[in-house]
Design a protein around this ligand. Structure first.
Ligand SMILES: [Zn+2]
Length: 151
């Protein structure tokens, strides 16, 4: 089994797992170098599918869109998803609509959480990062202001 893979045959009812995965697995530039992504999962077997509640904690390295300063931001995300065996997908077409959380597929007996974690990190990256809500942008030096006034 690779990192973040779970053998679904081992899950009788509920299984709680913790992972601590190095930043370089993810190939996402915004994750802080040398940090780890911590994943706490609570897996419940519900008939033929699995309901997985996860807390994902990681640190992003961002650049402020106003003052251009680099800063770190710790992110804590909670995500609930279903994992459905690809083999069952067709027969579940109808009751899919009733599910209130995203669905990921898995093949055979191996549930791989990598894509779910990757998606969670990617969607948490802000489009316009701010080092602080009060950031006032690039501070002009007195000299710069003089030049502006002269124009
Ligand atoms: Zn700023």
């Amino acid at each position: 089994m690779k990192e973040l893979e779970i053998n679904s045959m081992q899950i009788e009812d509920e299984l709680i797992l913790d992972f601590d995965i190095p930043f370089d697995k993810w190939k996402i530039d915004s994750i802080k170098k040398n940090s780890t992504v911590k994943i706490h999962t609570d897996i419940h077997k519900i008939k033929n599918r699995f309901f997985i509640k996860s807390d994902i904690v990681f640190t992003l390295q961002l650049q402020c869109s106003r003052c251009l300063k680099n800063f770190d931001k710790e992110i804590k995300e909670h995500i609930d998803v279903y994992f459905e065996n690809k083999r069952n997908l067709k027969s579940y077409d109808t009751d899919y609509k009733d599910l209130d959380s995203a669905i990921y597929e898995y093949w055979g007996s191996t549930i791989d959480l990598s894509q779910m974690v990757y998606d969670t990190i990617i969607t948490s990256i802000p489009m316009k990062p701010l080092c602080s809500p009060k950031c006032r942008g690039i501070k002009l030096k007195d000299k710069d202001i003089d030049i502006k006034l002269a124009l």
